[in-house]
Write a protein that binds this ligand. Structure first.
Ligand code: ADP
Ligand code: MG
Length: 582
């Protein structure tokens, strides 16, 4: 009941992926049906084998069978290969295509999408859900076509050999199918409970082990023990339920099978039947009934498999249906002058009620430096995110060279900015390639070395095995925070963009390195419009304009000495950082 049934449109969309593989698909079906046909043929020879050959001591037939058996199985192997190979081939293509589509989607989606979606989930869509689509639907298809054909074939042979005995199966078969369906449903529910309770057990252990010191300090052992005991026992109970279901189902199916056998025996014992029935017919019909159980069981549960695949499909399609970053602007510029202005900008993050920025207005002429100061959470980084159009304001406008940011072509717009933020992202590549990221075609090795020099990257290269060509490890794990930041600064230097955004760019540096880099950054700011989010006030004393932000609003604006004289918020912050001496 809890299963969602997927609409036809979902299925149609999925089959869209198969459209290019019609031939492969046809070959797969031929393989699967051929496989079942050989199987059916082989088992249909049981009756003549018993009656004609063994019963009548006809060695001809046995000889023939001896010759035929190996080629038959070779043929079966070939069909099997064709069917499963083609299915895997199609599956692997579908997985690859979905992965590529997801990947491309991820890097075109707006920042707000990634704010709201956990990384783990997005990764598992690419790695796991896509596999699941192919596996589950491949398995479903294999079952329907191959086992379906086998069941039809077997039933045909069975009825041909003795319709009277076969009728028994038609009565008993559905009963078994119902039981199997019921049991497998229960299995699924219990299995899910086991999974959940296993998760509970794991997280209880994790918490207790991670918080070991807290547990010790607060004498929490007893509480933790009891809590764990409950989860532990629940898990055990679920495991037992599964075992009981399994035992009961096996037994009940066996009892039903025995009833079927009893009925068959009874019918066989009637006078007119015993005349007619040969040993071969009797044995082979019973044999067919046993053979039918497995494919029937698979067919009754094929819908689950199919639903699993469709659920994974939905998870993939959901993301593919998300809208890309809006990019409707047409203005492209080689290099802007760098006149910036915010006009009454109000911005609320998607899904939030309180605006992060309220009525923000300020402007910076080309070449000027604007410093943003304020408590953490006041909205400074949000201002820089609006500049690069990671988000768009709901009210007001941000202008670059008197043109609204919305009117720029995104790529062109972003190439006007060099951004260094407190969170440095490095790719698992060489330092040189990380510095040149995004401008690799345009720059020479010499440019990279120069940028590395200015940003004081060269200083720590000596400790690394391959200098500039050392691999930084995933997200630069091999480097310290300060070293990563210096690489980011070198990257910004190399970009040579007309607008520079430094969002606490030197926060991870010690005072000594900060002073060194400050020189470099100041040189960089000279020829550019710069928005600097300062975390140390000493670095922005020379700014053309200092803006104090508080709870998304500008509360003070002016030059360093003006603001100090005013004795307002800035002066207060200043006193906090420098003490009375400042
Ligand atoms: P600052 O850079 O001044 O420390 P931010 O601009 O990062 O502050 O944040 C301003 C406010 O917006 C904070 O209240 C913060 O919680 C909120 N905020 C920041 N980023 C997001 C986001 N991606 N989604 C929702 N709210 C955010
Ligand atoms: Mg910030």
């Amino acid at each position: 009941m809890q299963q969602i049934d997927y609409s036809a449109s979902q299925l149609r969309r999925f089959t869209g992926y198969l459209r290019d593989y019609k031939l492969a698909f046809a070959l797969a079906v031929v393989g699967m049906i051929g496989y079942s046909a050989v199987d059916t043929y082989v088992v249909s020879q049981l009756q003549p084998l018993i009656d004609e050959s063994l019963g009548n001591s006809d060695h001809e037939y046995l000889r023939l069978a001896a010759y035929a058996i190996v080629p038959l199985f070779l043929l079966r192997g070939l069909f099997n290969f064709l069917g499963t190979y083609m299915l895997s081939w199609i599956g692997s293509r579908v997985v690859m295509r979905m992965r590529q589509q997801l990947f491309e989607k991820y890097i075109h989606l707006p920042v707000s999408f990634h704010d709201n979606n956990a990384v783990g989930g997005l990764i598992s869509k690419v790695t796991y859900d896509t596999e699941q689509v192919a596996n589950a639907s491949g398995k479903a298809l294999l079952t329907i076509v191959r086992e379906g054909a086998f069941v039809i074939g077997l039933l045909g042979v069975m009825f041909y050999q003795s319709w009277e005995l076969s009728l028994v199966f038609l009565v008993i078969g559905p009963v078994v199918a119902v039981i199997v369906a019921f049991v497998s449903k229960r299995f699924r529910i219990v299995s899910r409970n086991i999974q959940l309770s296993m998760g509970n057990v794991t997280s209880a252990v994790e918490q207790a082990v991670k918080g070991h010191k807290v547990v010790l300090m607060f004498g929490g052992q007893k509480i933790e023990e009891d809590r764990f005991a409950k989860k532990n026992n629940f898990n055990r109970q679920q495991t037992m339920k599964l075992a009981v279901t399994q035992i009961l189902s096996v037994s009940s199916i066996q009892v039903i099978a025995s009833i079927a056998l009893a009925v068959v025996l009874f019918i066989a014992s009637t006078p007119q039947m015993i005349e007619e029935l040969t040993a071969g017919v009797f044995i082979s019909v019973v044999f067919y009934m046993v053979l039918l159980l497995k494919p029937l069981k698979q067919l009754t549960t094929v819908n689950n498999e199919f639903q699993k695949g469709m659920a994974a499909c939905t998870s993939v399609f959901e993301v593919l249906d998300e809208n890309d970053e809006p990019d409707n602007g047409t203005v492209t510029k080689q290099r802007v002058k760098g006149n910036l202005s915010f006009e009454n900008v109000t911005f609320t993050y998607p899904g939030k009620n309180i605006p992060a920025l309220k009525n923000i207005s300020f402007s910076a002429k080309a070449g000027e430096t604007v410093a943003l100061v304020g408590r953490s959470g006041s909205g400074k980084s949000t201002i820089s995110s609006l500049l690069t159009r990671f988000y768009s304001p709901q009210q007001g406008e941000v202008l670059l060279d008197d043109i609204s940011l919305e009117d720029y072509d995104l790529k062109s717009l972003r190439s006007q900015f060099a951004l260094v933020s407190q969170h440095v992202t490095l790719f698992n590549d060489t330092i040189a390639n990380n510095i040149a990221y995004g401008s690799l075609e345009k720059v020479s090795r010499k440019d990279i070395e120069q940028a590395a020099d200015i940003a004081h990257v060269t200083e720590f290269l000596a400790q690394l095995p391959d200098g500039l060509d050392s691999i930084v490890g995933e997200n630069g794990l091999m480097l310290s925070g300060g070293q990563r930041q210096r690489i980011a600064i070198a990257r910004a230097i190399l970009t040579n963009a007309p607008v520079l955004i430094l969002d606490e760019a030197t926060s991870a540096l010690d005072t000594e390195s900060e002073r060194l880099i400050q020189d470099a950054l100041e040189k960089l700011q000279k020829e550019r419009t710069s928005i600097v989010v300062a975390h140390r006030l000493s670095t922005i004393e020379n700014a053309d304009q200092i803006i104090v932000v508080e709870q998304g609003q500008i509360i003070e604006k002016g030059k360093h000495h003006e603001l100090l004289e005013k004795q307002g918020h800035y002066a207060q912050l200043h006193t906090l950082q420098f003490g009375d001496a400042g």
